[in-house]
Design a protein around this ligand. Structure first.
Ligand SMILES: [Zn+2]
Length: 192
């Protein structure tokens, strides 16, 4: 999947949680950092892919990718599994704890937003031919639909014309049908 699709999937997943769960109160700063963390989480699993959009978005990314990508053992490997979710979740906790002295945001909210983006990435990758090795190191790749030939290739027409617009439409639908809840969230949960 392209970075753009992963951004959208992360945002769709975050929106779903926002309208279905009881949200805690948070500052504007926390909400903004959480939103960013969600997008970063949505791209993070592709840290194992040298050509990932993740690297194109940062200065000197191609150099960084040549150093980091090999550590993850190749594309769609450990970072695309339950072990990866655990490791990245733990790593993110560690980073947030370290930065808590300098960043005045709710680390818990930021962590959840990151993880929601992360998991959304693995779920949406299941629609592609390569599938997702959820049970790494067991070398079996799961996909949907289970029949590989029915799945799509990254950047193909189906991704651009059905999956991406589908995510946009789904998100608009979520906000439309839950507008009262959104207004309530903005009014009561976002504090200064
Ligand atoms: Zn991926």
């Amino acid at each position: 999947m392209t970075g753009r699709t992963h951004d959208m999937a992360a945002f769709t997943a975050l929106s779903y949680v926002l309208v279905t769960q009881n949200m805690p109160q948070m500052t504007v700063a926390t909400a903004i950092v959480a939103f960013t963390a969600n997008i970063v989480g949505g791209l993070a699993p592709d840290i194992d892919q040298p050509t990932a959009d993740l690297y194109r978005r940062i200065r000197g990314g191609s150099l960084v990718s040549r150093l980091i990508s090999p550590l993850f053992g190749g594309h769609r490997f450990i970072s695309h599994s339950f072990v990866g979710i655990f490791l990245f979740g733990y790593g993110m906790r560690f980073i947030l704890n370290l930065s808590s002295k300098y960043l005045i945001v709710d680390a818990n909210v930021v962590w959840w937003a990151f993880m929601i983006g992360y998991v959304s990435h693995l779920l949406i990758d299941m629609l592609t031919r390569d599938g997702v090795p959820w049970l790494f190191p067991i070398p079996f790749r799961f996909g949907f639909p289970p029949l590989r030939a029915l799945r799509i290739k990254t950047g193909e027409m189906v991704e651009k014309s059905i999956i991406f617009p589908g995510l946009v439409a789904g998100t608009i639908y979520l906000y439309y049908t839950n507008s009262a809840k959104i207004v309530d969230f903005l009014k009561n949960n976002i504090i200064r």
